[in-house]
Ligand binder design. Structure first.
Ligand SMILES: *[C@@H]1O[C@H](CO)[C@@H](O)[C@H](O)[C@H]1NC(C)=O
Ligand SMILES: *[C@@H]1O[C@H](CO)[C@@H](O)[C@H](O)[C@H]1NC(C)=O
Ligand SMILES: *[C@@H]1O[C@H](CO)[C@@H](O)[C@H](O)[C@H]1NC(C)=O
Length: 411
């Protein structure tokens, strides 16, 4: 018989009292964001299937609703830069490019909502967006109102072309306040910490934003991915201390299914992102994604770990023979003991599955005498019951990962 309790030990109740309270993103947001795969293609004559247009978002919404992504939890369809017209309208309001979005954003929001999905949009705190379209500076209130009237559910707010970097924190608090005054719950995704670097005020990030980018844009390569992961590893205590339900660090989009990551590297990204309690924002062509990559994105155990309601961000517990051992505490909890996600991510390049042997007690410095059900998230082995003193082994492929879901049993 299981004797599990879902009480969180008081040690971990460190929720800041002034955190953004819009009731959203209580677990890391999941969705699809166009930038990594589709960038700023605006020529719909030459590239009708790839250009940033209402058709692209409608087609991706169809795929999300019909191919299992929505059911798995991926609910936000998010436009990035390049949806805008080059001018505001005569009333000073933003407008979509009329050729590429002939029905307008409100109609696109209706389309997406009819599928049971939510619509995200992109703007920038500066004079112009990164791609040069009109920015929100001096228009924060009117833009917040426009987004709410259109039925927008998520705003990604960039930081290109900002006149005074040191005013960004205050500016984002203002934008959060205007979004709140619209009365429409809108997830607020910020980027100022990335632009402010070491000067970023993370108290403001928690107060203004549901999620925030900490570091450079991800590019479609393992090198880019590891540069971001290294930055998170170098700051892991600080970043873990500011993450929690409603407010998350964002290491940027999932590359899975595109050109730059192998199958093993894709499992590694999913492993690290789930342990970091990161937003899971796919950016892949859902019309042509290969089934093995789709299976990684839809893996139920990986998503279970990602969406754990405690919202505790994990970290690298130790590194053995150039294999990072990642750990995240998850529910169910019994007394002071947590269930665990443990990820083995190899930075090795020697061409064979490298073997590690250990007990959970020694690997994770556990003092738990009971047992766990061990599930190999991307493997095909049967679930087994293990104690922390049992000798276990794992084999990790070069630049690949093994992810274990360890569910606490009673003792
Ligand atoms: C606005 O902020 C208040 C106070 O934090 C909160 O209770 C309310 O839910 C927020 N409304 C929206 C739409 O975000
Ligand atoms: C960060 O912002 C908070 C809340 O706005 C403020 O109280 C604090 O002084 C700021 N910290 C720094 C280092 O500027
Ligand atoms: C994850 O799995 C655990 C154990 O099977 C279960 O108790 C929990 O409700 C699941 N959580 C989510 C978010 O699916």
């Amino acid at each position: 018989m299981l004797l599990l309790t879902f009480l969180i030990p008081s040690l971990f109740v460190l929720l800041p009292t002034d955190a953004l309270d819009n009731g959203l993103a209580l677990t890391p947001p999941m969705g699809w964001l166009h930038w990594q795969r589709f960038r700023c293609v605006t020529d719909c004559v030459q590239f009708p299937d790839d250009c940033i247009s209402e058709k692209l978002f409608q087609v991706m919404a169809d795929r999300m609703a019909e191919d299992g992504y929505l059911e798995a939890g991926y609910e936000y369809v998010i436009m990035d830069d390049c949806w805008l017209s080059s001018e505001r309208d005569s009333d000073g309001r933003l407008q979509a490019d009329p050729d590429r979005f002939p029905s307008g954003i409100k109609a696109l929001a209706d389309y997406v909502h009819d599928k049971g999905l939510k619509l995200g949009i992109y703007e920038d705190y500066g004079t112009n967006t990164c791609a040069g379209y009109p920015g929100s500076l001096d228009h924060l209130e009117i833009d917040a109102n426009t987004f709410a009237e259109w039925g927008i559910d998520y705003l990604k707010f960039d930081g290109c072309n900002v006149v005074a970097d040191e005013a960004m924190e205050q500016g984002h608090l203002e934008m959060a306040s205007y979004l709140n005054q619209t009365g429409r719950p809108i997830v607020f995704s910020c980027e100022f910490p990335l632009y402010r670097g070491d000067a970023a005020n993370y108290s403001v990030a928690i107060e203004a934003c549901n999620l925030w980018r900490n570091y450079h844009d991800i590019e479609d390569s393992w090198d880019s991915l590891t540069s971001i992961v290294n930055y998170f590893k170098d700051n892991q205590e600080k970043f873990a201390s500011v993450a929690g339900p409603g407010h998350w660090n964002d290491p940027d989009m999932l590359l899975i299914g595109n050109y730059g990551l192998s199958y093993e590297q894709s499992k590694a990204q999913m492993t690290i992102w789930t342990i970091l309690a990161s937003p899971l924002l796919m950016s892949v062509d859902l019309r042509t994604i290969k089934p093995e990559f789709r299976d990684i994105l839809l893996n139920p155990h990986a998503l279970n770990i990602s969406q754990d309601p405690l919202g505790l961000q994990g970290h690298v517990h130790k590194t053995i023979d150039n294999i990072d051992v990642w750990m995240r505490r998850i529910s169910p909890v019994a007394g002071e003991q947590f269930s665990l996600a443990v990820g083995f991510v190899s930075n090795r390049k020697d061409g064979y599955p490298y073997r590690l042997e250990f007990t959970l007690e020694s690997l994770l410095d556990l003092e738990y005498p009971g047992a766990y059900v061990l599930m190999d998230v991307f493997g095909d082995t049967e679930d087994i019951l293990v104690r922390s003193i049992d000798t276990l082994e794992v084999r990790v492929k070069p630049t690949g990962a093994v992810l274990w879901h360890l569910v606490l049993q009673s003792f």
